[in-house]
Design a protein around this ligand. Structure first.
Ligand SMILES: Nc1ncnc2c1ncn2[C@@H]1O[C@H](COP(=O)(O)OP(=O)(O)OP(=O)(O)O)[C@@H](O)[C@H]1O
Ligand SMILES: [Mg+2]
Length: 319
């Protein structure tokens, strides 16, 4: 579903932030991180951002890492540089050029250990070269699945930008950490954090109507708004299941499709030990951070922090 090209509904303020970010690249390096829970609409805003950037004359290089390739070194970097013209590599010093070629599997390793620093410097050189003619946007969706080797060299290069017209445009799930952004935190570039919350109820209605027309009754739409908590992916999954079931849900339970069950299971998996903090909060009549932390012992503080970052407490009144 994530790859379908659909018109974006709402998100006017967020798109204004994206626009401001794109415009700012002309003045020097900048980064924009879009974060939020699974299915909240990061990718659609990210894709809209790429369109805006191209419309404004930026050069865009992008990659969308996936979980199954997260252990394959330099996969994301290789995707990111796929469309870069060969001339952008011409001015690299020979050791950097060679290191990058080996990393991208364009040259045989010569037996020596490959120097990540050489690859990082080569990437920096390429970014500089590409940003001379036009402002450059390095766009990464699902940055939480970046392979470690790519993440390191990209962070290495980005930390060394000073005046270049390079914008880093990243979308990442909040519940899988923001490691990449942590690595460039000390860089001399302006970083904006855009946290996506749920869609407003009128936006969700517009979304459901745009996808399903009159296939859903007004009562179903209103039920979906409640059940999904404004998460468009959840609303679309359940809405589609309702239509496939071919019955009005006015009086019946909403169907929970397998795809949604898998999504929730994936989210629970991603929480690891922090699940204990969520369980504790769920059974306490008046949950509060200090009580949950105390109950969980030494690991409590970290567990509460991970659960809070993953917005697991959003629907609970935590004191
Ligand atoms: N504002 C919106 N307008 C129209 N469709 C939307 C909007 N937000 C989300 N959607 C739709 O909801 C679904 C989920 O959105 P999207 O894939 O962007 O979520 P995501 O946050 O990137 O999810 P994930 O964490 O799984 O990558 C997609 O089908 C997308 O087209
Ligand atoms: Mg996405």
């Amino acid at each position: 579903m994530a790859s379908e090209a659909h018109t974006i509904v709402g998100r006017a303020t967020e798109l204004e932030t994206v626009r401001a970010f794109v415009d700012s690249i002309d003045r020097g390096p900048a980064a924009l991180l879009i974060s939020g829970e699974a299915g909240v609409g990061k990718s659609i805003v990210w894709r809209e951002g790429l369109r805006l950037a191209r419309d404004r004359g930026c050069e865009v290089q992008q990659c969308r890492p996936v979980e199954s390739e997260g252990h394959l070194a330099f996969t994301a970097l290789s995707d990111l540089l796929t469309d870069v013209p060969p001339s952008a590599f011409d001015s690299l010093p020979a050791p950097q050029r060679r290191a990058l070629d080996v990393a991208l599997l364009r040259a045989e390793p010569d037996g020596d250990e490959m120097l990540p620093r050489a690859v990082g410097l080569a990437v920096l050189g390429v970014l500089r070269e590409l940003s001379i003619a036009e402002p450059l946007v390095i766009a990464i969706d699902d940055a939480h699945w970046l392979d470690q080797a790519s993440r390191r060299v990209l962070a290495f290069a980005i930390r060394r930008l000073s005046h270049e017209r390079v914008g880093l445009f990243v979308a990442s799930r909040a519940d899988t950490g923001e490691g990449f952004l942590d690595e460039i935190e000390d860089a001399d570039i302006h970083v904006t954090h855009l946290r996506l919350g749920p869609l407003q109820s009128d936006e969700l209605t517009a979304l459901l109507r745009s996808r399903f027309g009159d296939g859903l009754t007004r009562a179903s739409v209103s039920k979906l708004e409640d059940t999904s908590g404004g998460n468009p992916m959840f609303a679309l999954h359940i809405g589609r299941a309702l239509i496939e079931r071919g019955e009005s849900s006015d009086d019946s339970e909403l169907p929970i499709p397998d795809s949604l069950v898998e999504l929730v299971a994936e989210r629970l998996d991603g929480l690891g030990n922090a699940i204990a903090a969520v369980q504790a909060a769920a059974v306490l009549s008046r949950p509060c951070v200090s009580l949950i932390t105390g109950l969980l012992g030494p690991a409590g503080e970290a567990a509460v922090r991970v659960a809070a970052d993953a917005e697991c407490f959003r629907s609970m009144a935590i004191g």
